[in-house]
Ligand binder design. Structure first.
Ligand SMILES: *Cc1c(COP(=O)(O)O)cnc(C)c1O
Length: 389
């Protein structure tokens, strides 16, 4: 038998982290103590109150049957109440909220609902790869919007050609941003809303890091801007905020027609989210928020260790106000890949090469805050000694 991949899979862009993955495995096999700052996956456990809630409700047979695809009413209400408390944004839990099997699931599926073959998605570069992949799977094309440091890593909407604007059906944005750690302000979201209205483009804002912030400037929701709900939705997740990446729970909120379109795909490809996990998700949103404060304080300390260490080592690094990432230019004369390989060989530290997130990420590298402070201290000591600069 001749098994042939469908062209949508065969056409997938090359996996740009393959080289660093190989080098990492090889170094481990040589017995080198690797400090892996490549992965954006929280290292600490899910908060106790959430785990206990799952233990309490998991035995209840009412939760053992097929869930509804849009999510339990009580879960959608908890999401709506959280939006109101956190952002002052009102959403109707009946029509403007849908549960997701992690926000990645919704981001991957949204294009199937709104992109026809030949349509365009506007996609940030560098960016989370799923925006582009979801577009490709739907038969669409991505127009990459470079995120440049001189623009605060915000896309320059004026630079998008007129014919592209006409064919675009979706614009993906993501703030606080992975991988650049940039934050967006109200003026940016206002520009996005008027651009989307003018060209009839659905805004999909990925807000996975809205709660991973430092200091008292809390990131805003795109939906806080007047008119936002007419043009788009926001993706959200418990993954990064409550150390719940393994649980697969997230949601989308906003424009009811867009939510219904996404729901239509979901009714046909999945059967929703284990309801006991949704109940635990309510506990996350409505229970004691103390552990989240502590978590932010831990990340902030880690950030300070890493940023100070890198600066001392001679890197030009800006202290991020949010996210789990430090994004910084690699030494001049080096490519991202060369730098990351050198860092691994000389210091045993894994960084992610910026070009893995798209060509505009070339010249940068990303380190994560997902290891204990002691390991980060060790990492910066090794980087200083290695004399990479
Ligand atoms: C981690 C991450 C997500 C997805 O998280 P889920 O676990 O699928 O909810 C979405 N967007 C970005 C930018 C991320 O970094």
């Amino acid at each position: 038998m001749n098994i042939k991949l469908a062209s949508r899979v065969a056409q997938l862009p090359p996996y740009l982290f393959a080289e660093i993955d190989r080098a990492k495995t090889a170094a481990r096999e040589r017995g080198i103590d690797i400090i892996d700052l490549g992965i954006g996956d929280p290292d600490m456990p899910t908060f106790d109150n959430i785990v206990r809630k799952l233990q309490e409700v998991a035995p209840n047979p009412v939760y053992h049957r097929y869930p509804s695809y849009q999510g339990l009413k009580v879960f959608r209400e908890a999401v709506a109440n959280w939006y109101d408390r956190r952002f002052g944004v009102k959403v109707d839990p009946a029509t403007e909220v849908v549960s997701l099997i992690g926000s990645k699931e919704g981001i991957a599926h949204i294009s199937l609902a709104f992109i026809d073959p030949g349509d365009i998605s506007l996609v940030p570069d560098p960016g989370y790869p799923v925006y582009n992949i979801g577009t490709l799977f739907a038969g669409g094309r991505s127009y990459f919007m470079p995120l440049k440091e001189e623009n605060g890593f915000l896309p320059d909407l004026d630079a998008i050609p007129e014919d592209v604007r006409q064919k675009a059906k979706i614009i993906f944005i993501n703030y606080p941003n992975n991988p650049t750690a940039a934050c967006a302000d109200r003026a940016f979201y206002e520009r996005i809303v008027s651009f989307a209205k003018k060209y009839n483009i659905i805004v999909c804002h990925d807000a996975a890091y809205s709660e991973v912030y430092f200091g008292d400037k809390r990131p805003m929701s795109f939906l806080e801007v007047p008119g936002a709900k007419e043009v788009g939705i926001e993706f959200h997740s418990l993954s990064k905020t409550y150390n719940m990446t393994g649980w697969r729970i997230g949601w989308a909120v906003g424009n009811p027609e867009v939510i219904a379109g996404l729901g239509k795909i979901k009714t046909n490809v999945d059967s929703g989210l284990f309801e006991a996990i949704q109940i635990a998700g309510i506990e996350a949103l409505e229970g004691d928020q103390g552990p989240q404060e502590e978590l932010r304080a831990i990340y902030q300390k880690r950030r300070d260790v890493l940023v100070k260490g890198l600066s001392d080592a001679g890197f030009k690094v800006r202290s991020p106000e949010a996210t789990l990432y430090v994004w910084f230019p690699v030494p001049s004369g080096m490519t991202s890949a060369h730098f990351c390989k050198t860092l691994l060989d000389k210091a045993g530290v894994v960084a992610t090469p910026g070009n893995g997130f798209g060509p505009a990420g070339e010249g940068y590298a990303r380190l994560t805050l997902c290891l204990p402070e002691e390991r980060l201290k060790e990492a910066v000591e090794r980087i200083k000694k290695a004399g990479v600069i």
